[in-house]
Design a binder for this molecule. Structure first.
Ligand code: AMP
Ligand code: ZN
Length: 170
């Protein structure tokens, strides 16, 4: 093509008179996963974190079912219990147990625990990054699935501090 025609084609294309291949509109970026954000330390909630190692992190549920309600999550994103690598699943279970034992040593006075994981919308999962709930329970209260209790940020941070301390003191 003679070089002098090129500028003309550019003008026609710009005016919409000449078909040119355009890049498809970019897909909107997926919403960031809130538990990935927490696991990566990109949210400003260090005071609510109770435990972290190379595979898992544990932090206070922001809408606890009872005081001391902790979530244990894999650092690497996995949607639910079915697609989490076995070594991570094992670490989540052991960590949930350690945290329940630590909570029992605090003055939160838990008498029992629900170690619970909801996998899939039909099972009640609402955050699609695998997590294990560690929920302190008390004799005589409404059974599992009880409504959330009000918790101010300061209450969450106070409970987190107690659990962190109990985790390092046998
Ligand atoms: P599930 O319904 O089993 O998926 O549980 C999700 C849990 O995540 C609920 O108990 C929520 O209160 C809790 N949650 C959601 N967003 C946050 C957040 N940003 N920080 C702490 N807990 C959260
Ligand atoms: Zn995630």
């Amino acid at each position: 093509m003679p070089l002098r025609i090129l500028p003309l084609l550019s003008v026609l294309a710009f005016a919409g008179a000449w078909p040119i291949a355009t890049a498809p509109a970019a897909e909107p970026a997926p919403a960031p996963c809130i538990f990935c954000e927490i696991a990566a330390g990109r949210t400003n909630q260090p005071a609510r974190e109770v435990y972290r190692d190379d595979l898992v992190v544990a932090f206070m549920d922001r809408a606890p079912r009872n005081p001391g309600h902790v979530l244990v999550v894999p650092i690497r994103h996995a949607e639910n219990a079915l697609d989490t690598p076995p070594a991570t699943t094992a670490r989540l279970a052991v960590t949930a147990q350690k945290i329940a034992r630590a909570i029992r040593r605090t003055d939160l006075r838990a008498e029992g625990f629900n170690l619970q994981s909801n996998s899939g919308r039909a099972a009640g999962q609402t955050v699609f990054h695998f997590h294990v709930h560690v929920i302190p329970r008390f004799a005589g209260e409404t059974p599992a699935g009880a409504e959330k209790v009000a918790a101010a940020p300061a209450d969450l941070e106070a409970a987190a501090a107690k659990i962190r301390a109990a985790l390092v003191s046998p």
